[in-house]
Design a protein around this ligand. Structure first.
Ligand code: ADP
Length: 164
């Protein structure tokens, strides 16, 4: 059975990577599907996120990365996936995730959403937290893969005149 793991991944964190790693033990193939969201202005472009994730999963032979826009269930179908993989951190994630899972079930009856509980050490971690810490000059090396931390420092901590 294959799974897609959809999300914004702006940028990928160690919490995301933990879910992918554990997903790779459960499924034949896990496709990290980066959502193209026209309503959000991301810190990293789609191409940058694909490169960051590609490097972060290079050691996982059954993980791959792709971009998508449109419905998550259509993304699952086009990637020959029967499962939508999502991570659950805290109770507040649950309501929205359950709503999405139910909605997706009405759109594609044969696709299941599977939730993995976050590993304890990452329960506080989100891409937004990482960006917030970096914006105020704090360290993020313990929150994201090393090459992503480097990208973040370049993007967030450069002198204002150098920022795009
Ligand atoms: P979205 O904007 O769709 O929530 P994210 O990139 O923020 O996209 O997250 C993608 C998925 O990864 C979601 O299911 C989210 O709950 C999960 N996730 C994010 N951070 C963590 C974490 N620290 N531990 C476990 N799951 C996580």
């Amino acid at each position: 059975m294959n799974a897609i793991y959809p999300g914004s991944f702006d940028p990928i964190t160690l919490g995301h990577l933990d879910i992918v790693t554990r997903g790779c033990r459960l499924f034949e193939q896990v496709t990290i599907a980066i959502l193209r969201n026209p309503n959000k202005t991301p810190l990293f472009t789609m191409e940058e996120r694909i490169a960051q994730i590609g490097e972060a999963i290079a050691h996982l032979p059954n993980a791959r990365v792709a971009s998508f826009d449109g419905l998550t269930v259509d993304c699952a179908k086009s990637n020959q996936s029967q499962v939508i993989l999502r991570g659950l951190r805290v109770l507040s994630d649950f309501e929205m995730e359950l709503q999405m899972a139910h909605t997706n079930k009405t759109l594609a009856e044969d696709i299941e959403t599977v939730f993995l509980a976050t590993s304890n050490e990452y329960s506080f971690l989100s891409s937004s937290v990482v960006k917030e810490v970096a914006r105020f000059g704090g360290p993020v090396d313990h929150l994201v893969p090393a090459h992503v931390a480097k990208d973040i420092y370049q993007r967030c901590c450069a002198p204002p005149a150098l920022n795009p």
